[in-house]
Ligand binder design. Structure first.
Ligand code: F6R
Length: 249
């Protein structure tokens, strides 16, 4: 695992957006795995700004998002499909049919299997972007999830519902189920970059870096992957054992 620690969240976004842009330029047919939530928003903003200024070509890129709430239509303002369209896809020249987000409507178990099949057909994901939950979840793989899981339907934990209620009017409006890539699905990616900021992520980052591999902290399965980069701010890195390497300005 490669660990990079910055003073500020903006520096995380700057490095991550630069890596993504360079990767798209090197491989115009990139298969890119994407996350939602607040962690990558600034990165997406920088990707849009780069597109407006430098016209980086996304026309052949394929994307796969990690997860989607069960029961929300793509037009629902809190759905992850809507989030991705608004934050990124509508603002760059990516082909919408090349952007994939799990379908949280109808027979979600069948949708999960179909998503996994599509990933096998179009994959592997060359670069997967991840956030992390305060409870150590990656995608919506909540504590208790094992390392061999494929795309599946999950019940969200109270912790996750509490953490995500800020996007909704109240906790009771947060869907209780989601469809998510599994741990094994994520580990199939050739390269993984996980970002996190803020002190509420410090325990999860500690477990990710120093903890033993356990379903109690699903993020720890990333230790089994040989190409993982973690980019965090000092607050999220606060519990890490020295030496923590900070990049030179
Ligand atoms: C979202 C996702 C989640 C988030 C995590 C952190 O697609 O997969 O695992 O990355 O819950 O969310 P934020 O960034 O809002 O703190």
């Amino acid at each position: 695992m490669k660990l990079v620690v910055f003073e500020t969240k903006s520096e995380i976004a700057k490095l991550l957006s630069t890596i993504i842009i360079e990767t798209v330029k090197k491989n115009p047919k990139l298969v890119l795995g994407l996350a939602t939530g607040s962690s990558p928003m600034e990165t997406y903003d920088l990707l849009v700004k780069d597109y407006q200024k430098n016209h980086t070509d996304w026309s052949q890129v394929t994307t796969f998002n990690l997860d989607e709430y069960v029961g929300l239509t793509p037009e629902h303002k809190k759905s992850y499909r809507y989030f991705m369209n608004e934050q990124l896809f509508n603002k760059i020249n990516i082909e919408k049919e090349n952007t994939h987000v799990p379908n949280g409507l109808g027979n979600v178990t069948a949708n999960a299997q179909a998503y996994e099949k599509l990933l096998v057909e179009k994959g592997p994901i060359n670069l997967q972007i991840l956030g992390i939950g305060t409870n150590g979840h990656i995608a919506f793989n909540e504590p208790g999830t094992f390392g061999d899981t494929k795309t599946h339907v999950v019940s969200l934990t109270k912790t996750t519902i509490e953490a995500n209620k800020r996007f909704f009017s109240s906790a009771k409006d947060v869907p209780i189920k989601a469809i998510t890539m599994g741990i094994d699905t994520i580990l199939q990616a050739q390269a993984i970059i996980l970002i996190a900021d803020g002190k509420n992520k410090a325990q999860a980052i500690y477990e990710l870096v120093h903890g033993k591999i356990t379903p109690d902290y699903p993020c720890t399965y990333l230790q089994a992957h040989d190409n993982v980069m973690i980019i965090v701010d000092v607050a999220a890195a606060a519990l890490l054992k020295p030496p923590v390497i900070k990049p030179k300005n």
